[in-house]
Design a protein around this ligand. Structure first.
Ligand SMILES: [Fe+2]
Ligand SMILES: [Fe+2]
Length: 271
């Protein structure tokens, strides 16, 4: 499970798929790496799960490094309501200064997301339901799929139909003790019976941290299983989560969906 070495370039935005940029940073002190993404289409851009308030400066610097100016940002998508992705919302709205800007989320989320911004700016909030669960953005079509209670009532995921990238927010996330932007499993991982004792004798296996994260963050086996039932119907080339690492190997993607769909001891089910 040797990760690809992007270490040298973590100081810069990384294009993970056609015009989709990782605009996060390598957080050495915490195991909770946050991964905001920027999607560019022509002269416009969309930001996905922009990040916390303390992360705002570095995320915005990364966005600028892609060549996109804040006024070119058309939409801010927030998959759920936590401060690690919504904390900088007010800063983002202020700096974007674009009369067309919208903040897009699910109605159950918007009830809480509205508290991140001043009252007079709450009109920017839009519901994915009112958009028919689709956002057309230049030649690009983003489709939204609801994954209720995984882990907020209003949680959903975003699927880019062109690159077949799934932006999964906390789903597929990890409290990575060792982190690389991309993760790749080996065939041996698919049949491994004890992820704490790697049959290949690798020093670090990313799977226990991924399972632990889901057990901690997701409320129940049912919620996680339902989310995987929704996601497994999609033709996915890449999973880009808000924490942990990106999966871009089809076999790994199928494996991890199946594994999380049958994970036991999730949330309240552990008690
Ligand atoms: Fe969360
Ligand atoms: Fe999160």
């Amino acid at each position: 499970m040797e990760p690809k070495n992007h270490q040298q370039s973590y100081d810069r935005p990384i294009e993970i798929a056609d015009k989709i940029f990782w605009v996060g940073f390598h957080e050495k002190l915490s195991n909770l790496h946050c991964n905001p993404y920027l999607m560019v289409e022509g002269d416009h851009a969309v930001v996905i799960d922009a990040g916390s308030r303390p992360d705002f400066a570095v995320v915005m610097m990364k966005i600028l490094q892609t060549g996109i100016a804040p006024e070119q940002i058309l939409a801010l998508i927030y998959h759920h309501v936590d401060p690690d992705l919504c904390g900088s919302l007010s800063n983002m709205v202020d700096i974007c200064n674009n009369p067309e800007l919208i903040v897009l989320s699910e109605p159950n989320n918007n009830m809480f997301i509205s508290y991140y911004i001043e009252q007079e700016k709450r009109a920017l909030l839009r519901s994915i339901d009112d958009h028919g669960l689709v956002f057309n953005f230049g030649e690009r079509t983003l489709r939204f799929f609801k994954t209720p209670y995984a882990h907020n009532a209003g949680s959903f995921v975003t699927y880019d139909t062109r690159t077949k990238t799934l932006f999964s927010s906390d789903l597929f996330g990890s409290l990575s003790r060792q982190w690389e932007l991309f993760v790749e499993l080996e065939d041996a991982c698919y049949v491994c019976e004890d992820y704490d004792r790697c049959i290949k004798r690798k020093k670090y296996c990313p799977l226990p941290d991924i399972f632990e994260f889901h057990k901690k963050v997701m409320p129940s086996e049912k919620a996680l299983r339902h989310a995987m039932d929704v996601i497994k119907k999609l033709d996915i080339e890449m999973i880009a989560p808000q924490h942990g690492s990106i999966f871009n190997k089809k076999k790994d993607i199928d494996f991890i969906i199946k594994k999380l769909g049958s994970l036991q001891g999730v949330g309240i089910d552990a008690f």
